[in-house]
Unconditional design. Structure first.
Length: 297
């Protein structure tokens, strides 16, 4: 019995090591360079002065870099070097999870802000459109970053080493909070993106009908031309619509695991089951890093 359990653990660890070395490490490296490129691109004055959303993409790129490099790359490199500080150093366990949770939550906050800003830009209401300004976006980005820094401290407090894992479910109270937090931090941004995208489509259709009506009234045929800012807005619009779909695909697996972990937390689990759950946890969290790596590229 013990030999079969040991064999399963060895096989799962081997698969996880291969995934990390040949799949995740290249994704981490690609994501780092892609987000650095986006950070440089959107930091240019022409983007910052012309489009408020640039500040949100700057914040999003920084959040992705924190999540990818501290949450994923650092842990993976140490594990491949047989220096798994996550299960031997309580300081590394707590603070790596703090920065990982901070980067991931800030990532999702900026995704929501980008979605809302795109709706504001396409609104027919002039007062709503005026709220989408570089000055307002800069203030909002600073405020939400500061709030996320404070809120994410729960990870440094609640995580500890248990069952060879840097684990959150050490007591019932924090376990309930962390499970609900993980579910809501995926569901709420997804709903905001979907709802904002639907509103954007409604605004675009209304705008097209208005333009067609004006064209019929004036009875003047003109080639369709877009101002530079309008063209830039359409590029951002296509980007956010694609992100809504990829966000759902790459985040829902982790939500499913969190719900399972919460429901079965009080069950007595065999070594076999624990090994499988650790493996499944790794598999479901990989898409989160993939999303942060490729979303803006």
């Amino acid at each position: 019995m013990n030999s079969s359990v040991d064999s399963l653990i060895i096989q799962l660890n081997s698969i996880q090591t291969s995934l990390t070395r040949y799949v995740m490490i290249p994704i981490y490296i690609f994501g780092t360079f892609a987000n650095l490129a986006n950070l440089i691109l959107f930091s240019q004055r022409i983007f910052r002065s012309a489009n408020a959303c640039s500040y949100y993409f700057i914040g999003l790129s920084i959040a992705n870099l924190i999540f990818i490099d501290i949450g994923g790359l650092a842990r993976s490199l140490l594990a491949l070097a047989n220096l798994n500080l996550e299960i031997t150093s309580i300081v590394f366990c707590k603070w790596r999870l703090y920065f990982a949770n901070f980067g991931l939550l800030l990532n999702r906050v900026f995704v929501c802000l980008i979605s809302i800003d795109r709706w504001m830009v396409t609104s027919a209401n002039e007062s709503i459109r005026r709220r989408s300004s570089p000055q307002n976006a800069r203030r909002v980005a600073i405020v939400v970053t500061c709030l996320t820094v404070i809120f994410s401290l729960h990870a440094a407090i609640g995580f500890d080493i248990k069952m060879n894992r840097c684990y959150a479910l050490l007591n019932i109270t924090y376990g309930v909070f962390f499970s609900i937090y993980n579910v809501l931090s995926v569901i709420i941004p997804l709903l905001i993106m979907i709802f904002s995208s639907l509103l954007i489509l409604v605004n675009i259709r209304r705008s097209r009908r208005r333009i067609q009506t004006e064209s019929i009234v004036s009875n003047v045929l003109q080639p369709k031309q877009m101002k530079p800012n309008q063209s830039m807005d359409m590029q951002f619009l296509r980007l956010i619509l694609v992100q809504s779909l990829t966000f759902a695909i790459l985040n829902l697996a982790f939500v499913g695991y969190v719900l399972y972990d919460f429901i079965t937390n009080k069950q007595v689990k065999s070594s076999n089951q624990q090994a499988i759950e650790v493996f499944v946890y790794g598999v479901t969290i990989h898409p989160l890093y993939l999303f942060s790596a490729v979303r803006n590229s």
